[in-house]
Design a binder for this molecule. Structure first.
Ligand SMILES: *Cc1c(COP(=O)(O)O)cnc(C)c1O
Length: 386
């Protein structure tokens, strides 16, 4: 089975991990701050806070921006559940903004309309979390203009988009966001097995995230309520978590980062190679806006089901039976039983629901070979009856 996504490890990556295993530090050593500095530099952000998942980074970002009981976060329904869950962890409530049908990205127009209503009802969001679905940035400039007008914070869920660009700058630079989060899960752009990082240009947010990453414990005299009792002394000044990244993971991430540009270039070539043959088939690839360099984390397409005469399930099952490991991104979050139980229902975000109904994700990853991609295209043409 050709998977829809897969990590790409080199001998250098393995050597970096082994070297860490032979070192004095498996965790809380030098590899983590080194990786943070390297990734922040790559993204042109001032600070990076490495953690053991992007979910943890999103949670820390929500806390740093003051989300909590009575707070409100708005995100996209076309995302992984972690985006919305991160805000619920803080006690805040979650709502969604519908998508652009041709990109799967949060619609800045829908956001503007929802904000106008929320102002009238005195229910404005504390923060908005656009999701860079499949690797293409959302319309961050428009969203940032709305943030200035309505006074909300912005967290970019850039889990898909490390290595991508927006208006000539790298994703993660935080020109239009307070905090941006990337993921290092194996299917993402680079991997640490499990891991994530929060990027920011704001030193206070970075300090708050570092504090909450490690139990809310500090050794910084300036933050303590009393004089240190000795070199062993620390104080817990907030209720934090253990969200730390290990040095083993950070060493892998730093090694992978050296090949990120190659990965993106390879994914871009593969996406370009899909474009022409798929143009003959009853489906629609994602529209890419000008000024946005997708990282091509995913290659989702929208099936023209009325021209195919089969359900999406039939197309999915037949492709899987032919060795093409397609997937579906995403089941709209508001339709999950957990979210229905807090009041969401079918029909709330019609563009997202229609997008899901037609969505199927084709294999795309840095190591995908030409012949395997050719196999995907041929099997797809057969299953779609062309
Ligand atoms: C993968 C992903 C996450 C969570 O990432 P983890 O590192 O697995 O916690 C969050 N949001 C989106 C959009 C993702 O794709």
């Amino acid at each position: 089975m050709i998977p829809y996504g897969k990590h790409c490890l080199s001998e250098a990556d393995i050597a970096a991990v082994v070297a860490t295993l032979r070192s004095d530090w498996l965790t809380q050593g030098p590899a983590v701050p080194r990786f943070e500095a390297q990734l922040a530099h790559y993204c042109q952000a001032r600070e990076g806070v490495a953690v053991n998942s992007a979910t943890a980074a999103l949670h820390l970002a929500c806390l740093a921006l003051g989300l909590g009981r009575g707070g409100r976060l708005w995100t996209s329904p076309i995302t992984f559940v972690a985006s919305a869950n991160a805000a619920l962890y803080t006690g805040a409530s979650v709502d969604f903004v519908d998508i652009e049908p041709d990109t799967g990205l949060m619609s800045a127009t829908a956001l503007a309309q929802k904000l106008a209503l929320a102002r009238r009802d005195k229910q404005l969001p504390t923060a908005v979390m656009p999701v860079h679905y499949a690797g293409q940035s959302c319309d961050m400039r428009a969203i940032a203009e709305l943030a200035a007008e309505y006074g909300f914070k912005i967290i970019e869920d850039a889990s898909h988009a490390l290595g991508g660009g927006y208006r000539g700058e790298p994703v993660g630079c935080c020109r239009y966001a307070d905090i941006a989060v990337v993921s290092f899960h194996p299917v993402k752009m680079i991997t640490t097995a499990e891991g994530g990082m929060a990027l920011t240009n704001n030193a206070d947010y970075a300090a708050a995230m570092r504090l909450h990453r490690s139990h809310g414990v500090t050794r910084d005299q300036q933050l303590m309520t009393a004089e240190s009792e000795g070199d062993w002394y620390y104080q817990q000044i907030a209720l934090g978590f253990n969200y730390r990244m290990s040095d083993i993971a950070a060493a892998l991430g730093a090694s992978q980062l050296q090949r990120l540009d190659d990965f993106v270039q390879r994914r871009r070539q593969l996406a370009a190679a899909y474009a022409h043959p798929l143009g003959e088939l009853p489906l629609q690839p994602l529209h890419i806006h000008s000024g946005r360099d997708s990282s091509w984390h995913l290659y989702p397409v929208q099936l023209r089901l009325e021209d195919i005469g089969k359900t999406r399930k039939a197309v999915f099952d037949q492709l899987r039976a032919r060795g093409v490991g397609v997937n579906v991104h995403y089941i709209p979050v508001h339709l999950q039983p957990y979210y229905r139980a807090v009041g969401f229902s079918r029909g709330d975000f019609p563009n997202a629901e229609e997008f899901y109904r037609r969505a199927i994700t084709l294999p795309l990853f840095a190591d995908l070979g030409r012949e395997d991609q050719q196999h995907v295209i041929e099997q797809l043409a057969l299953v779609l009856g062309r």
